[in-house]
Design a protein around this ligand. Structure first.
Ligand SMILES: [Zn+2]
Ligand SMILES: [Zn+2]
Length: 62
């Protein structure tokens, strides 16, 4: 240890996050790999888990 603090595990792939490539999902609040495991979803950056799970909130869905 001692080479920079791990800031948590990705909630999608469980890899340790590092500050240069980590983000927080706006939906579930968990950390994720910003590039690898995140998606832009309705204007917010969310983890892959949440990005695909948007069932009821979509008003302009026909
Ligand atoms: Zn990940
Ligand atoms: Zn999420």
């Amino acid at each position: 240890m001692g080479k920079g603090m791990p800031i948590g595990l990705c909630c999608v792939c469980d890899d340790p996050l590092d500050l240069s490539d980590a983000g927080v999902c706006k939906t579930c609040g968990n950390g994720l790999c910003w590039n690898e495991c995140g998606n832009w979803h309705r204007g917010q950056h969310t983890c892959s888990n949440c990005g695909e799970d948007d069932a009821e909130e979509d008003d302009d869905n026909v």
